[in-house]
Design a protein around this ligand. Structure first.
Ligand code: MN
Length: 163
């Protein structure tokens, strides 16, 4: 809104005055984080940014390191984006009491394609229970899939073969 009148008054093809190029900037890549959560039961919280929130799964046995295993991932509540930076102690008596440590974080790329080879938006993938993404972290680097089964909360995380 703030730059609407500025843009209206100028002919950028004829004048070299600056255009605000925000729109042309490369889109910021969505993020992921893996947090080791030493609570009542040790587990790993895997979170990926979808539409401005961190969709979150608790993975009891951690993310698979090979393509041969499937690991259970239980969908938990959405977390705010800021949670990706959180490390520390959740005090006794609070929800999730225990320590939280970041194992890895980085960005990811949506790699789930439709029949025509077009990328399916992440929010749509989430709803259909079939997510495929390429993690770009320090430790986690490669393609993974999250697949919903049985009920809304039960998912499997697998490491995919590199194509
Ligand atoms: Mn947790």
């Amino acid at each position: 809104m703030s730059l609407v009148s500025y843009r209206k008054k100028r002919k950028f093809k004829l004048s070299k005055e600056p255009i605000d190029r925000k729109k042309n900037k490369a889109k910021k890549q969505p993020i992921f984080v893996l947090q080791k959560h030493n609570a009542t039961h040790l587990h790993y919280d895997f979170r990926i940014e979808i539409k401005g929130v961190l969709k979150s799964w608790a993975i009891p046995k951690n993310i698979p390191k090979t393509t041969k295993v499937k690991r259970l991932a239980m969908l938990t509540e959405d977390h705010p984006m800021e949670y990706a930076k959180f490390e520390g102690i959740i005090p006794k008596g609070n929800y999730g009491a225990g320590s939280v440590k970041i194992v890895d974080k980085g960005t990811y790329e949506n790699i789930k394609k439709d029949k025509n080879g077009k990328i399916i938006p992440m929010s749509k993938c989430f709803k259909s229970g079939q997510i495929e993404f390429f993690l770009k972290g320090k430790k986690l680097n490669g393609p993974y899939a999250l697949i919903n089964f049985k009920d809304k909360k039960s998912w499997l995380i697998i490491k995919m073969k590199k194509r």
